[in-house]
Design a protein. Structure first.
Length: 137
C-alpha cells in the first residue's frame, strides 16, 4: 500500500509543480531552497533534483521531506494533503475526477508555458538573424 502511494505521487507530480506549490520560482538551475543558497547550485529535472553544494539529490518526496524535516510517512501525508491526491482517505468518484481534471489542467498549462517560451526564443533568433543580415549589408 505504501509503495502504491509513493508511485502515485511520483507519477502525478513533477519537481516544478512541487517547487511552485511551495512558493519557489523554478528554473533548470537555481539557488538551493533547502539551504537558502545564493549560487545556482540546485538543478531541477522533471522528477528529480540535485544540489551540488551539500544537500544531495532525490525525487519529489525526498525534497519535501528535507524541506520540512518530516518523517517519510508524514511527508507522504503532507504531499497528499497539499496536492489533494486522496491517497490516505477514501474519496468519491466525483472528487477523483476533479483531481484528475486539475492535474490535466496543470499539465496543459505547463505545456502552454513551455510552448510560449519556445515561441519567444524562436522570435528572438529570427529578429537577431534579420539584424545580423542588415548589419552585414
Amino acid at each position: 500500500m505504501q509503495f502504491d502511494r509513493v508511485q502515485t505521487i511520483k507519477d502525478r507530480l513533477t519537481m516544478r509543480e512541487v517547487l511552485e506549490h511551495y512558493g519557489y520560482t523554478t528554473k533548470r538551475r537555481m539557488p538551493c531552497p533547502l539551504h537558502n543558497g545564493k549560487d545556482n547550485n540546485f538543478e531541477v529535472k522533471e522528477n528529480s533534483w540535485r544540489c551540488y553544494s551539500h544537500c544531495g539529490n532525490g525525487d519529489t518526496i525526498s525534497f519535501v521531506q528535507k524541506l520540512f524535516g518530516l518523517s517519510f510517512t508524514d511527508t507522504l501525508k503532507k504531499i497528499d494533503t497539499d496536492f489533494n491526491l486522496g491517497l490516505f482517505e477514501h474519496i468519491s468518484n466525483r472528487k477523483s475526477l476533479d483531481i484528475a481534471r486539475q492535474s490535466y489542467q496543470r499539465k496543459k498549462e505547463r505545456e502552454r508555458q513551455r510552448q510560449e517560451i519556445e515561441d519567444v526564443k524562436n522570435r528572438y533568433w529570427d529578429i537577431f538573424g534579420e539584424w545580423a543580415r542588415l548589419d552585414r549589408n
